[in-house]
Design a protein around this ligand. Structure first.
Ligand code: 2M8
Length: 418
């Protein structure tokens, strides 16, 4: 365990560029939103100041309307596509124009609760609190214009689960005509069979071009997008962060932030029930354009357990994961291994990801499902011991896939074993 910890902290240091950390050198040479927030949890074990700085850097690039972008292009690097020219968001320090799972509220609450340096934690949390709140408010104002309590993603990259089976049907509505020619850089760093397809990339870029043509005006994007999906995993993360922000605000004496955040969480959790599927024993995505559930049993519907869902739902999710465990050697596959769409090496269509494992395990543990929570944690550590700190893993063979010496994988290992 000691050497695992040491290897993990070496990876965090190796990918640390001072004020932010790259997910891995080569494949992802910039700062990613949810990567940074989860990375900070690992950094806090050896340097609390550095951990707070990771999240502060991210929020220093928050847009005026409250959105926190999914990539911050701190310095030039032509090793990644799509780079700043494709996004063309017109910011001094270029950023992308879409967002990512809102895990910052959870992360700052956890940093605050565990902090040894109380004075530092108090100051940093106080400064970040209104910024995280503004991001949450942005979500409900811009991504839930009808006030349902749940927000939609407008691009698969926002979910963080880029090529999940969940998006396939809705993606049929996204055309590819008019997409400017491009060269993918990811294929210089990773196996093409482990990455999204060319057809998916064309649609990713078509959506970017559409949003760019609307000047990245968030008041227009939701209704203009042919892709609007309510993802239970994405909402579960946001709602957990709302609840954690409420508790943090209480601790800091910020009554209004606490009340408003608790109301957002309560409304969202109640609405989440509309995504529940008895047939699958988990939550499903909803295609907001059609107003229908998407029949795709992915890990997004299990990740919802990160939020305070009703305990009977958490129990069914724990049972479901136990059943899934009969079909794989390592938990938790990103898609149901019994489904014909399952692809154990292709990115978010089957492989196991440590960050997702961490959040599911944390949520189930809080819901009292400790046996399954521990099983997920043990499975995660076994994967690292056998296959190193990869981006993701084949849940049957344990083969490491994607990028290597991966930052958030290292951070999650520290979380699991410390
Ligand atoms: C992956 O996504 C990026 C686009 O944002 C890509 O493939 O180019 C996803 O796994 C995402 O969840 C993650 O934040 C990012 C960096 O690790 O890589």
């Amino acid at each position: 365990m000691q050497s695992l910890l040491q290897n993990a902290s070496e990876i965090l240091r190796e990918n640390d560029l001072g004020t932010y950390t790259v997910p891995t050198h080569g494949l992802y040479p910039f700062q990613w939103n949810w990567d940074s927030c989860l990375t900070a949890l690992g950094q806090a074990y050896f340097d609390e100041e550095r951990a707070w700085r990771e999240i502060e850097t991210l929020f220093a690039h928050q847009w005026e309307d409250g959105m926190v972008p999914h990539i911050i292009f701190h310095k030039e690097d032509d090793g990644y596509f799509p780079g700043p020219d494709v996004w063309a968001t017109g910011r001094d320090v270029p950023t992308s124009g879409i967002t990512q799972p809102a895990v910052a509220g959870f992360a700052i609450k956890r940093l605050f609760d565990r902090a040894k340096d109380r004075e530092l934690a108090d100051a940093k949390a106080r400064a970040l609190l209104p910024k995280v709140k503004a991001w949450h408010d942005w979500f409900f104002a811009n991504r839930d214009p009808q006030g349902t309590g749940l927000v939609a993603i407008l691009h698969p990259w926002e979910s963080g689960r880029d090529n999940s089976v969940d998006w396939d049907a809705a993606f049929e509505r996204v055309p590819t005509d008019g997409v400017l020619p491009f060269i993918r850089r990811d294929l210089q760093h990773a196996d093409a069979d482990h990455r999204p397809t060319q057809a998916q990339y064309e649609r990713y870029i078509w959506l970017v071009q559409l949003f760019r043509s609307l000047d990245w005006d968030n008041s227009k994007l939701h209704d203009a997008s042919p892709f609007q999906v309510v993802d239970p995993g994405f909402n579960g993360i946001l709602l957990r962060s709302c609840m954690d922000l409420a508790d943090l605000a209480d601790a800091l004496g910020e009554v209004e932030v606490a009340e408003s955040s608790r109301a957002q969480a309560g409304k969202g959790i109640a609405a989440m029930d509309t995504l529940w599927s008895d047939a699958h024993g988990q939550y499903l995505c909803q295609d907001r354009v059609l107003g229908e559930l998407i029949d795709s049993p992915s890990v997004g519907g299990l990740l919802a357990a990160f939020a305070q869902i009703p305990s009977e739902r958490a129990a069914i999710i724990a049972e479901r994961i136990t059943k899934i465990a009969e079909l794989v050697n390592y938990l938790v596959p990103s898609h149901d291994p019994a489904s014909s769409d399952y692809d154990g090496k292709r990115y978010w269509r089957g492989p196991a990801w440590l960050i997702v494992n961490y959040m599911i395990s944390d949520g189930l543990s809080r819901a009292g499902q400790t046996a399954v929570a521990q099983r997920i944690a043990q499975s995660s550590v076994k994967l690292i011991e056998q296959s190193g700190f990869a981006e993701y893993y084949d849940p049957k063979s344990g083969e490491p896939c994607g990028g290597t010496r991966f930052t958030w994988t290292a951070a999650m290992v520290i979380e699991f074993i410390s």
